[in-house]
Design a protein around this ligand. Sequence first.
Ligand code: FE2
Ligand code: FE2
Ligand code: FE2
Ligand code: FE2
Length: 410
Amino acid sequence: MTIRFDKLIKSLGTALDIIEGELLGAATNHGKRIAVIVDALGRYFGLDGRTRQNFAICALFHDNALSEYILSERAGLAPHDPTMKLHCELGQRNLDALLHGSDISGFVLYHHEWADGRGPFGKREGEYPLAAELICLADATDVAHRYDTYPEEKIPELLELIRKDAGAHFTRRASEAACAVIDGELLRSLRNDRIQESSEKAIPPDERDMKNRMVVRFALFVSRIIDYKSTFTRRHTSQIANKAWYMGNWYHWDDDLKAQLFLAASLHDVGKLTTPVGILEKPGPLTDGEFLIIKDHVRVTGELLKDIDGMERIREWASNHHEKLDGSGYHRGKTAEALDFQSRLLGCLDIYQAVSEERPYHPGRNHRDTMKILSDMAAKGFVDRDIAGDMDRALAPFDGGDIPFQCPRG
Ligand SMILES: [Fe+2]
Ligand SMILES: [Fe+2]
Ligand SMILES: [Fe+2]
Ligand SMILES: [Fe+2]
């Protein structure tokens, strides 16, 4: 499958920036700014394009495990840790899996280290990689000074602060590079009206023939981020993706098609990253307004995945998952003729998963009870009757429980 990998990465970056905004109050486009600054610093060090691209991707995703870390703590799965060490560890693990085969060792793991050893892992200048030094400087200064709105005439003051922090918070070489690189032009390129264009430079066009394994790796990376948005849906995306793969096997599809539906399933709720957690986790009934906000996630999914060459079908399947055959679904009110097999299957899998998994407003259900609800919807003409029947037979052995992921070949 040939995909514009850079665009896919940036779309996910946009979604992550929204989460970081919600969780930490970081200003919009934070991750993109870090990527642009790190790229500029990488140029100062004369790094080649490939190395800079890895630096920029890690910079864009430096906080990819933030929600996983915060939720793990909230759910009591991890002890409270004020140093936030865990998001560094999990973030590195996720990126290692995504960028498998590239040497990005320690890039995200050490992005909160201090040159004088006061960071979460107590590493000192020289003991962690350049990428981590640069991400750290870009991240800390953006959080403190907000490059999106920082006044140009105050650049000398900012550089003075960065210089003073050399050898303490920031490494000497990172601080020296920042003082050489941060100027009016760089600052202007970080403003919200230009950040999109600037991030094109940091993460340049990269059309990749993504092998199935790479597609799956990306899908796993995304589903982890989406699922950790809420404790209640911690396995929702990954389970729909696993079930999509399983159904693909059941239908004897080739690995290409299975990988495509696996990716669509992993991305189907990416728009939920913009839905406030308070609404996602509300135990009682939703008000009309809240329901409208929830419903909007599927439009956002389509928005986030638009204009990614090679992703057209995947985007279509993902954004159709709440449509119904009789036109009563959302967000475009499509009817049967406009819903292809994969869209219908993904829609059924989404219902099956939501009904069978435990939610704040209902307990988990076994296969029979779940199928009762899905079959009833099929009988009413909302969802595909044949697909519901196939799922009844194929998924029965798991009794509404989790399906393990089967790794593809090739
Ligand atoms: Fe962080
Ligand atoms: Fe950050
Ligand atoms: Fe959804
Ligand atoms: Fe869903």
